[in-house]
Write a protein that binds this ligand. Sequence first.
Ligand SMILES: *[C@@H]1O[C@H](CO)[C@@H](O)[C@H](O)[C@H]1NC(C)=O
Ligand SMILES: *[C@@H]1O[C@H](CO)[C@@H](O)[C@H](O)[C@H]1NC(C)=O
Ligand SMILES: *[C@@H]1O[C@H](CO)[C@@H](O)[C@H](O)[C@H]1NC(C)=O
Ligand SMILES: *[C@@H]1O[C@H](CO)[C@@H](O)[C@H](O)[C@H]1NC(C)=O
Length: 200
Amino acid sequence: MRNHSKAFLLLALALATVVDCNLEGDILHAQKLAWEDPNNVLKSWDPTLVNPCTWYHVTCNKDNSVIRLDLGEAGLSGPILPLLGNLTNLQYLELYGNNMNGTVPEELGQLTNLISMELQQNVLTGPIPSSIGNIQSLKFLRLNANMLTGEIPIEVLSLIRSGNLSVMNISDNYLEGTIRRSEQTGFSITTVIMDQKTFK
Ligand SMILES: *[C@@H]1O[C@H](CO)[C@@H](O)[C@H](O)[C@H]1NC(C)=O
Ligand SMILES: *[C@@H]1O[C@H](CO)[C@@H](O)[C@H](O)[C@H]1NC(C)=O
Ligand SMILES: *[C@@H]1O[C@H](CO)[C@@H](O)[C@H](O)[C@H]1NC(C)=O
Ligand SMILES: *[C@@H]1O[C@H](CO)[C@@H](O)[C@H](O)[C@H]1NC(C)=O
């Protein structure tokens, strides 16, 4: 009995290690399965490889961890999976100009190394998650030209003062709020881009 459970434990550990090795590949592969990809841009995303670092549109650091996802104007449609929030080292999330629908997952707020979140020109609905305010490293936040509703979370706005946020374009959505146009916000370095259509 003892030996059996020991062997089982070792097997389980070995499997866990194998799975862990390609955890990021599994996350991206799950995202691939959730998207429609009529142009086959994700053809190289083979989940049987040891990591996703050789896949097109994916960039890794020297530790084989994903730091960029470059899928702007790729003809993709479908949801942005909350699981993307588990790509711990991601710095660039470039999903602009597709047909991504559904909401912006609040789990993206776990991406505390993110420099650029470009989700503009999709058909995203729902609110801007306040969790984005956790991303002190964020420099570029582009959510313009979607169908987002609600108010801009104060947590996100405060990144302008306390974090690195220098460009935030949220215009051409259905947001509400009291923030004025960039020349009236009083934030000196920051460009907050929005328009009258956005702010009623
Ligand atoms: C993703 O992250 C969440 C929160 O940190 C964790 O609970 C979950 O197990 C992770 N999922 C995977 C597949 O790594
Ligand atoms: C997203 O679009 C697909 C395809 O049109 C549709 O089946 C799905 O219900 C949409 N999801 C949401 C959340 O609107
Ligand atoms: C803000 O940006 C600077 C310069 O690019 C960088 O050194 C710093 O680590 C960033 N802050 C955070 C919290 O990522
Ligand atoms: C901000 O978004 C609007 C709407 O999509 C776009 O027309 C405008 O060019 C963007 N501005 C900048 C500076 O990116």
